[in-house]
Design a protein around this ligand. Structure first.
Ligand SMILES: [Zn+2]
Length: 288
């Protein structure tokens, strides 16, 4: 088999590669409306995957309404051929009822692909592997010794419209600032693309005197000049819902709200109170 990932990462013209997610679930139904509903349901899952940073492949869309063109076995064979290019198989509700999806699941396991359920898409925030050398925590001083009860929100602060990657911040933090690696735990690009920062179990470098008890989430942009992109705020809420599973008692802080901080971060246009209200209603508890 051709080793596509290696070929692609060796090419300078494609700076980053999204993980390829393949959606699987029921297609067939007794009538056209039923088939259309299944196609649109898979399409909606593919859309969520695109928004979460994946390159989604939706076989239901690919051969939509081509029924009878070739045999069902031919389509299944074709779908399994595409599945070999995927990194992740995403199983929809009712997949066990679909012969194609059952075979895709078995084949994905045989190939050693990651298999996830569509209903968990929202809970998988760190789907992208870092494009840069992962941050290796070799020094014990970076290990957490106390629980996390704070999530600190930052903006990047750069005035330009350029799209900055976690890899760039990693370089800046290591080379210009002398940190052991990127200081934030989560990086959200202007496109809403979520990127991995420092491991959650390691102390970050983003809020002096508060690093030992917090996770740092940074959004690209300067929110003194213009507000965050709506998709960034949407992804941020997913991240917070996920972090809530790990530490159910955290509270939220804009960087500047912490005592002794001389900064406007995350910017006067960042809607921190709106975010608190959103999380309070989503989590069913007061998020202060
Ligand atoms: Zn900050």
């Amino acid at each position: 088999m051709v080793d596509w990932p290696a070929l692609i990462t060796a090419t300078d013209t494609i700076p980053s590669r999204r993980r390829r997610a393949y959606t699987a679930g029921p297609y067939r139904a007794s009538n056209l409306i039923g088939r259309l509903c299944n196609i649109l349901a898979r399409r909606a899952e593919a859309a969520r995957l695109w928004k979460r940073g994946y390159a989604a492949f939706c076989p239901h869309m690919n051969s939509a309404l081509m029924d009878g063109l070739i045999s069902d076995e031919g389509f299944i064979e074709g779908d399994l051929s595409w599945l070999q290019c995927a990194d992740v198989l995403v199983l929809s509700e009712g997949w066990r009822e679909s012969e194609g999806a059952v075979r895709e699941e078995a084949f994905a396991r045989q190939l050693g692909l990651e298999v996830v359920y569509a209903r968990d898409i929202e809970l998988i925030p760190f789907m992208l592997q870092p494009e840069y050398e992962p941050w290796h925590v070799t020094r014990q001083e970076h290990w957490r010794t106390s629980p996390v009860d704070l999530v600190v929100i930052h903006h990047e602060g750069e005035a330009s419209y350029a799209d900055t990657s976690a890899a760039t911040i990693n370089l800046y933090h290591t080379q210009a600032k002398g940190y052991a690696g990127i200081g934030y735990h989560v990086w959200i690009r202007k496109s809403g693309l979520l990127e991995v920062g420092r491991p959650l179990w390691a102390v970050g470098a983003h809020a002096k005197n508060h690093n030992h008890r917090s996770w740092g989430v940074c959004l690209d942009g300067n929110f003194d000049l213009r507000p965050p992109e709506p998709v960034q705020l949407e992804v941020l809420q997913t991240v917070l819902r996920y972090l809530d599973l790990l530490s159910p008692t955290w509270r939220l802080a804009g960087h500047r709200e912490l005592p002794g901080m001389q900064t406007s971060c995350p910017g006067k246009l960042f809607p921190i109170d709106w975010l608190r209200n959103q999380m309070t209603s989503q989590l069913g508890r007061e998020v202060s």
